[in-house]
Design a protein around this ligand. Structure first.
Ligand SMILES: CC(C)(COP(=O)(O)OP(=O)(O)OC[C@H]1O[C@@H](n2cnc3c(N)ncnc32)[C@H](O)[C@@H]1OP(=O)(O)O)[C@@H](O)C(=O)NCCC(=O)NCCS
Length: 396
């Protein structure tokens, strides 16, 4: 049977809604009048059988993630679905392979996604590099944190949002993998941002400068089920983090449980005992390199590392970068050019995990993702992408 793989247009929207809503469990809802399968920064691709039936689809979101202090253009993948009767027939592979080529053409160097199961994505070269985790803590444990007397808390206003954004930008820039919260897939309407949460609290220091913020939602009830859910808790200073945590602690009597979305190395962990906060939900996320030379050129690299490595990229899905390449690291920048001896072989999953600094060369070797090279080249590989543990605070 011959299948057509192509971007979805307005004429496909009913089929896209039907497949997406059935797959992700909202098929009891009618399609909203203003719903669209595509939109600014959102390209949807589909596989059609010869009768015009949509049998698989996937969404490409135009977004960017921070790596090494620079933003890397990305294809955020979502809404991947194959019709139930057609699963296991290669349609997922078909639509995702097409999406990767299209995303490369529009300038995406990497791809990220949240996986419900890693298997189909691993088969195509994505690898899990982190997880978005909400930790559950008894709110009374936060009540033990003492606020800083020189820090003031107050509800955010629209006028605060540019400073809040600057603060997020500063934290995200130093992370591995956090998202750029601008661009076509982010709603930057200030009123909507404030309305999205029951509480949007900013912390300021004695000079009135914004030093932290928290966005939170207060769940129903004031008995044992009362829960506070904190999406962002971001302190630029210890005083701000402490004061925001202490504010959360004051909810102990009516919201005995707090769910906190925190990265693995957030400074808030210096104030919360790990034994008091356990993973509540954890959503793994994956990375794939779409265009290796572009991805290497886009991210930041250690300022004090100058070296050359001969890589051999083994990639039959993104075949445009398959083969030997020389990696040249020069004081904070890097280049990947075709050629060289191909002494170090990396699979697509290995390339992704190395790029993110999610694992060491030794671990890559033991996973079967890296072969060749020697202890010296391993040390260079390790130093090149070492950094904070990959962290994402935005679900898509
Ligand atoms: C996930 C899903 C989209 C895969 O689509 P599909 O059309 O069945 O996938 P394919 O047949 O193209 O398989 C692609 C690859 O993944 C592998 N794969 C697919 N499902 C797998 C599974 N459950 N376990 C192990 N491997 C799997 C296949 O072996 C294949 O690898 P190969 O080409 O190297 O042999 C489909 O199963 C689905 O719609 N599931 C429900 C919705 C869902 O989970 N979406 C993903 C949200 S993150």
């Amino acid at each position: 049977m011959t299948y057509q793989v192509r971007p979805l247009g307005p004429e496909d929207k009913q089929q896209a809604w039907d497949l997406g809503s059935l797959t992700f469990g909202y098929h009891q809802q009618p399609m909203p009048d203003d719903w669209s399968a595509t939109g600014p920064g959102r390209r949807q691709h589909g596989v059609f059988d010869p009768h015009g039936r949509l049998v698989a689809k996937a969404l490409d979101r135009d977004q960017a993630h921070w790596f090494g202090g620079r933003l890397v253009p990305a294809a955020g993948i979502a809404g991947v679905a194959t019709a139930p009767d057609q699963r296991g027939h290669g349609h997922g592979r078909r639509v995702l392979t097409h999406l990767l080529a299209d995303a490369r053409d529009r300038g995406a160097a990497i791809s990220t996604l949240f996986d419900t199961t890693p298997a189909p994505y691993r088969a195509l070269g994505w690898e899990e590099i982190g997880a978005l985790t909400y930790f559950r803590a008894a709110t009374r444990t936060l009540a033990a944190v003492r606020p800083d007397p020189t820090t003031t808390l107050r509800p955010a206003t629209e006028a605060d949002l540019p400073a809040v954004h600057d603060l997020y930008h500063r934290i995200a820039r130093d992370s591995t993998g956090m998202m750029d919260r601008t661009g076509p897939t982010f709603d930057t309407d200030p009123a909507k941002q404030l309305a999205d949460h029951h509480g949007y609290t900013v912390a300021t220091d004695a000079t009135g400068t914004l030093t932290g913020y928290a966005t939170w939602d207060r769940g129903p009830g004031y008995d044992a089920t009362g829960t506070l859910t904190v999406d962002d808790l971001t302190g630029l200073t210890a005083a701000a983090t402490r004061t925001l945590l202490a504010m959360l602690g004051t909810w102990a009597s009516v919201a005995p449980t707090t769910l906190l979305r925190l990265g693995p190395a957030d400074p808030a962990w210096s104030l919360i005992a790990r034994a008091d906060a356990h993973p509540h939900t954890s959503q793994p996320w994956m990375l794939r390199i779409i265009d290796a030379p572009a991805a290497i050129a886009a991210r930041g690299w250690p300022a004090h590392l100058t070296a050359e490595l001969d890589l051999d990229l083994v990639d039959d899905v993104c075949a445009w970068h398959h083969g030997p390449h020389r990696l040249t690291l020069t004081a904070g920048t890097a280049r990947l050019d075709p050629g060289g001896t191909g002494a170090i072989q990396l699979t697509p999953r290995g390339l992704a995990a190395w790029y993110a600094g999610a694992t060491t060369p030794d671990q890559l070797r033991r996973a079967g993702f890296l072969t060749g090279g020697n202890p010296t080249t391993d040390a260079v590989l390790h130093a090149a992408t070492a950094g904070p543990a990959p962290t994402l605070h935005d679900y898509f």
